[in-house]
Write a protein that binds this ligand. Structure first.
Ligand code: FAD
Length: 495
């Protein structure tokens, strides 16, 4: 009997961990090499002074992709999914009303009484269109491997023609066809905005995200904090003897005759396997290590990238009554803000930000009588604002605004504080120019137009994660792991 095929994965983000699970349970011998001292990549945690924080993702849609992952390997889900209800709250500057966003459309319509008439009927009609496009593209665009642009175009051609006009409208224009109030249009745009895209230039097809949020599966987090996902997966990987080498950064690769032959770290160590998977950014890696002309820095800079995260983690003394678990704080100039945030060379004034207070539902995240605040403010990436020496100005700006809006002096009650600028995000996980979610999802950067999950030249090299197919976000990189598993078991079967 021959020996099991060996797989080496660069990086231990969620895409890597999910791929390692599928492959180790299919009989491959898997090893992961990670530059940080923890697994999870952006899905990570900070523990400091008695507080625990989720570092990046704080909730997700399409929870059934996690269900499918564990079902596919015949294991029970090793963490507890928790559905959000309400989904989140929205505070708009100048209004005393805090909007609670419910999946229950009756209740949602009640929230907007006097602001948007007949919301329930309007939203049902809007969601019907969004639902159709979601289900008509799910298996033709998202959950499919593509080997050529022609194959992708042929697959797109089978999407019903009635969706065609949606390719030529923007996300915002679609909302304008259904709703009158600025409040409903702005709130319905947040799903795109906080994914790092403005609704004014994002194609209208992405309104399907509102269907996933409001009707299809809602939003979920994990009991005890998001890092339970990583801990749960690590427990299963241990059972399958998957080795993870931490504090080791791959700095060069060798290849010969269309085959990747080894990886090298900064200390000159060499790592060999039959099959390699890269979980570092798929576009950046091709440029930096494989020197591909399509992915030089100049070419990467011309691609569209999602906004960079500016994040703060605050342990606060006292309970803050005016805030919930998931909150958006917006100004009163949405269109101007969304138009300029991608191009602005300075930190935003009157920033728009998201606040997650996990201690509202997970008391173990903070000492008694305290709250843990994770604040995310999307900002321009490092191509546009390369220097963050002025980070404290943005911290002050946000804290002043938030303290006023929740009527609680946050600044003078901080017990612990960590700030990650886009530079820090870039350096921690090799995120290109600090872009938080990787390559954007314009129509020119999806499917066969996105860096492929199979290398163009090296027959034993695959990619998984945010900047390859199908795209970014936790459930989407889990789908990505399924797609490369499909490829690898066919192209490099093990014994
Ligand atoms: C602030 C923030 C908030 C977010 N919120 C959400 C959310 O609420 N919901 C949601 O669904 N998604 C969210 N996302 C997106 C989500 O985090 C990502 O889409 C997903 O985690 C990407 O996973 P990945 O597989 O690409 O791996 P990554 O997380 O990118 O991990 C890649 C790993 O590779 C390692 N690595 C890179 N280069 C090397 C090298 N040369 N050698 C060794 N190791 C290397 C890195 O250190 C890292 O650990 C958020 C992202 C950010 C930044």
């Amino acid at each position: 009997m021959g020996k099991n095929k060996e797989v080496l994965i660069v990086g231990a983000g969620l895409g890597s961990l999910a791929s390692a699970l599928r492959l180790s349970y299919s009989g491959y011998k898997v090893k992961i090499i990670e530059k940080q001292n923890t697994a999870g990549g952006r899905l990570n945690f900070i523990k400091q002074d008695g507080f625990t924080f989720d570092v990046g993702p704080s909730f997700f849609s399409m929870s059934y992709e996690f269900v499918e992952l564990f079902k596919s390997i015949g294991e029970p889900i090793p963490f507890e999914l928790n559905e959000l209800n309400p989904l989140y709250t929205v505070n708009i500057a100048g209004s005393d009303k805090v909007f609670q966003i419910y999946k229950d459309l009756d209740k949602l319509a009640e929230e907007f009484k006097g602001i948007e008439d007949n919301l329930e009927a309007k939203i049902r009609k809007y969601l019907k269109g969004a639902k159709e496009i979601f289900h008509d593209t799910e298996y033709k665009v998202v959950k499919k491997n593509f080997d050529s642009i022609l194959g992708f175009i042929m697959s797109m051609a089978t999407v019903p023609i009635k969706h065609l006009p949606k390719l030529f409208r923007t996300f915002w224009q679609e909302l304008e066809r259904h709703f009158e109030s600025e409040e409903v249009k702005i709130i319905s745009s947040l799903v795109a905005f906080f994914l790092g895209a403005t609704p004014f230039n994002t194609p209208s097809v992405y309104n399907l995200l509102n269907y996933t949020e409001l009707e299809h599966d809602g939003y979920w987090n994990v009991k005890g904090g998001m890092y339970k996902i990583v801990e749960g997966i690590l427990g299963l990987l241990e059972k399958k003897n998957v080795e993870i080498l931490y504090n080791t950064e791959i700095t060069s690769v060798s290849h010969k005759n269309g085959i990747l032959t080894s990886l090298h770290d900064a200390n000159g160590n060499e790592y060999k396997a039959d099959v390699y998977i890269v979980n570092a950014d798929a576009a950046w890696f091709r440029g930096k290590f494989l020197k591909r002309p399509k992915f030089t820095e100049e070419k990467l800079d011309k691609m569209e990238w999602t906004l960079a995260p500016f994040t703060m983690y605050l342990g606060v003394n006292g309970k803050i009554p005016g805030i919930h678990h998931h909150n958006y704080f917006l100004g009163d100039n949405f269109r101007d803000y969304a138009d300029t945030i991608f191009r602005s060379t300075v930190a935003p004034k009157k920033p728009y930000y998201y606040v997650n207070v996990a201690s509202k539902s997970n008391p173990e995240c903070a000492p008694e009588g305290c709250e843990n605040l994770f604040i995310l403010c999307p900002v321009p990436d490092l191509r546009i604002k390369p220097n963050w020496d002025d980070a404290e100005d943005l911290v002050d700006e946000i804290l002043e605004d938030l303290s006023e809006r929740v009527n609680f002096d946050i600044k003078n009650n901080i017990l612990t504080k960590v700030v990650y600028t886009p530079e820090k995000w870039r350096d921690m996980f090799n995120l290109y120019k600090g872009s938080g979610l990787g390559l954007a999802h314009g129509l020119n950067q999806i499917g066969a137009f996105r860096p492929s999950n199979k290398d163009e030249e090296l027959n034993n090299l695959y990619y998984v994660g945010a900047s390859t197919t199908p795209g970014t976000g936790l459930p989407i990189v889990v789908i990505g792991s399924k797609l490369i598993h499909e490829r690898i078991i066919h192209e490099h079967p093990t014994v």
